[in-house]
Design a protein around this ligand. Structure first.
Ligand code: SF4
Ligand code: SF4
Length: 151
């Protein structure tokens, strides 16, 4: 059995925990809060440190020093943070759903997360290029969108 099938999030090693990320980059998008309802909406504006093509953090070791509101996911908070995408591997495991067919650990191909439309690759604007007053125009509903069972 693969480690994600036999271990809980709490039981995983650091290497297994890191390998679980599908690299979609969705959690690194700027969130917008509706002033009236408090609802958090994801935008297509990416964090200043996210590479828009590879969807990797360009300074992962120092990310929290450079971006104070960067959240380090843990087995506990992934169950509590409402804006974690429903497609996120950590959230899926925490909710007992296992990994989806398109997750690179299952498909064996990092491209499947892009092909199925889960990845933010090539779909975002850099935080440095969008004035905060324009963020509202960049609201997207990716986190609520579920990818197909098969392509
Ligand atoms: S949303 Fe989850 S799977 Fe996607 S990049 Fe963030 S931590 Fe990784
Ligand atoms: S600092 Fe890095 S890990 Fe944190 S939100 Fe930005 S790109 Fe993502």
């Amino acid at each position: 059995m693969a480690f994600w099938e036999e271990k809980t999030l709490d039981e995983m090693t650091d290497a297994e925990w890191e390998a679980l990320c599908d690299g979609c980059g969705r959690c690194c998008l700027i969130k917008l809060e509706d002033e009236d309802s408090g609802l958090l909406i994801t935008s297509d504006v990416r964090c200043q440190l996210l590479d828009g093509d590879s969807c990797t953090c360009t300074d992962y070791p120092n990310r929290q020093a450079k971006v104070p509101d960067c959240i380090k996911l843990t087995p506990q908070n992934v169950r509590e943070i409402p804006w974690i995408p429903t497609t996120c591997a950590y959230r899926r495991i925490a909710e007992g759903k296992g990994l989806a067919w398109w997750h690179p650990l299952v498909s064996g191909d990092p491209q499947t997360v892009v092909d199925v439309g889960v990845s933010a690759r090539g779909r975002t604007f850099a935080e440095q290029d969008v004035a905060p007053g324009e963020w509202e125009e960049h609201a997207v509903d990716w986190p609520e969108w579920e990818p197909p069972e098969q392509l």
